[in-house]
Ligand binder design. Structure first.
Ligand SMILES: NC(=O)N[C@@H](CC(=O)O)C(=O)O
Ligand SMILES: [Zn+2]
Ligand SMILES: [Zn+2]
Length: 338
């Protein structure tokens, strides 16, 4: 196959940041995706309707009219269910994001005990507002590689049981336990999958030395987990869809004695996913994953228009706008046309 033309895709999990970084990164996402679920973990986080509207305006002013940011509310211990409901009714918030406090970048204001947000979850269940989840426990006694699987057992199973009509997206899944849990769960539960968790296992963190640009959260896992996540992603199941988790950090913040978690994969995101679907002989499932399963789960219309990927080797540069992109220095076999 020399080219793929498919319905315009969306990115159901992205960090667009703010200020100068926003200006650098948004064009890469807007070039490929019609819409994106924008994560609220700014500093300070996006917790108010006014804050979300202002942030949305800043994104649109950089991205232009052909890209629609879908905003999320950052859940805290003190979240006000009325404010959530009002923001959802006004069309500002599509979803709310659960960060267990301390689990990842800018999660210090996150939730310390799931019971603190039970009233918010009840409201969201009632009004049909989606819950996006960073699914890792923060218990220091739990090995960092087990934090996703333990979160499923200790927290997520309870949420799905206690709020049976709540739609839940387990973000950036990394383990066979997560893939299995989502596959077996009711239709209210789905998952996003990143390019890096399809391409890399945890060996990539130590390939010839310490590799900060392969470091993200949840951290890369063993090969058996990568294979399970890949299988889920290319399965054609409507429960699994595209969410890059593109998470740019300044180069010096990555290449540091205590480097930030996050991989900037936006510049070649579609090419990266296409490579995986091709390797798995599943290109016929790519459009569903990239352009159909997400909007159907979110209850949003499918996009009009198409995007074309052409077979063509391109060398991924060492830096893009001063940031180190995923696949830097590698040759990738596809190119977004136009
Ligand atoms: N994925 C990451 O490693 N980092 C994300 C936060 C997140 O999605 O957990 C970030 O905001 O930098
Ligand atoms: Zn996360
Ligand atoms: Zn993320």
């Amino acid at each position: 196959m020399q080219s793929i033309t498919m319905r315009r895709p969306d990115d159901w999990h992205v960090h667009l940041r703010d200020g100068d970084m926003l200006e650098r990164v948004v064009p890469h996402t807007a070039r490929q995706f019609a819409r994106a679920i924008v994560m609220p973990n700014l500093a300070p986080p996006v917790t108010s309707i006014d804050g979300a509207v202002a942030y949305r305006d800043r994104i649109v002013s950089v991205a232009g009219p052909n890209f629609t940011p879908l905003m999320t509310a950052y859940l805290t211990d003190n979240v006000d269910a009325d404010e959530l409901g009002r923001g959802h009714a006004e069309g500002v918030w599509v979803a709310a994001k659960l960060y267990p406090a301390g689990a990842t970048t800018n999660s210090a204001s996150g939730v310390t005990d799931i019971r603190n947000i039970h009233p918010a979850l009840e409201r969201m269940e009632r009004i049909g507002m989606i819950l996006c989840v960073h699914g890792e426990v923060t218990d220091p006694a739990v090995d960092v590689f087990d934090r996703e699987a333990v979160f499923i057992d200790r927290i997520l199973t309870g949420i799905v049981r206690d709020f049976p009509a709540l739609k839940v997206v387990l973000e950036h899944i990394t383990t066979k336990q997560a893939a299995q849990f989502v596959a077996d769960a009711p239709a209210t539960v789905a998952a996003t999958i990143t390019p890096q968790h399809l391409h890399l296992n945890r060996n990539a963190l130590f390939q010839g030395g310490l590799r900060p640009h392969a470091y993200c959260l949840p951290v890369l896992k063993r090969e058996e987990h990568r294979l399970a996540v890949r299988k889920a992603g290319v399965s054609g199941s409507p429960k699994f869809f595209l969410g890059t988790d593109s998470a740019p950090h300044a180069r010096e913040a990555k290449e540091s004695a205590c480097g930030c978690a996050g991989i900037f994969n936006a510049p070649f995101a579609l090419e990266s996913y296409a490579t995986v679907f091709e390797e798995e002989k599943a290109l016929d499932k790519f459009e569903g994953f990239a352009s159909e399963h997400g909007p159907r789960f979110y209850g949003l219309p499918l996009n009009d228009g198409t995007i074309t990927l052409e077979r063509s080797d391109q060398l991924v540069p060492d830096t893009v706008d001063g940031l180190v992109p995923f696949h830097a220095g590698e040759t990738i076999g596809w190119r977004v046309a136009g």
